[in-house]
Write a protein that binds this ligand. Structure first.
Ligand SMILES: N[C@@H](CCC(=O)N[C@@H](CS)C(=O)NCC(=O)O)C(=O)O
Length: 210
């Protein structure tokens, strides 16, 4: 299997975090990771567009010439295909909680942060838009407060006792912010402690570069 990916970009990072965590728990997943250099525009070249006409990353080639083009689908596929050492075990209710939280983080925090980075200091040169950046900062306050509230029960990870895709999605988004040297955690000590605690993991350090 081949994962087409790139460091720093949030959606590829989410999948790379999943793979790195899995590799510490069970047999390494048989996945070759191949970088597609987005700074050089390689994701818009015919070779990558043949894998994914939308030109985005990550892409998993899971069979010869067959591709998955959505980060969460890739993670769910890998969990089903290689159940030994899979994360997100436990009762259907616990798994649903972690998945629900991941979706909330993706739509209310990670996607807005991705837009924020581009209107604030785009790594690929999009024009800045200070008004839009301010509006996104405002909108982020409620979901960040929500996470601070969740962590109030002393859980180590966002979904509870075990790491889950909720941690991967948020950590990938926060890395993107750190790349432009912005911290939006604010006065949220529990979320700040989660950020430090999660990033200290060996698996995470092998993936996060910022
Ligand atoms: N919904 C997709 C989004 C994929 C996506 O937008 N990836 C970004 C990187 S985080 C990308 O490839 N952007 C390049 C572009 O759109 O040109 C997923 O979850 O995988």
């Amino acid at each position: 299997m081949k994962l087409y990916t790139v460091a720093l970009a949030p959606n590829p990072t989410k999948v790379m975090l999943y793979i790195a965590e899995r590799d510490t728990l069970g047999p390494p997943l048989p996945i070759e990771q191949i970088t597609v250099n987005t700074l050089k525009g390689r994701h818009r070249e015919p070779e990558h567009l043949a894998r994914n006409p939308f030109g985005t990353l990550p892409v998993l080639e899971y069979q010869d010439g067959a591709f998955l083009r959505e980060s969460l689908t890739i993670i769910n596929y890998l969990a089903e295909k290689f159940p030994e050492g899979a994360l997100l075990t436990g009762s259907p209710e616990a798994r649903a909680q972690a998945r629900d939280l991941e979706r909330i983080i993706e739509f209310k925090i990670a996607n807005p942060i991705a837009e924020y980075v581009h209107v604030k200091a785009s790594p690929v040169g999009y024009p800045p838009n200070p008004e839009r950046a301010a509006a996104i900062e405002d909108a982020l306050q409620k979901p960040l407060d929500f996470l601070e509230g969740l962590l109030g029960d002393a859980r180590p990870f966002l979904g509870g006792e075990a790491v889950s895709v909720a941690d991967f999605t948020l950590a990938a988004a926060f890395q993107f912010l750190r790349f432009i040297k912005v911290d939006l955690i604010g006065e949220r000590p529990l979320l700040r402690a989660w950020d430090a605690r999660y990033r200290a993991r060996d698996a995470v350090q092998s993936v996060l570069k910022w």
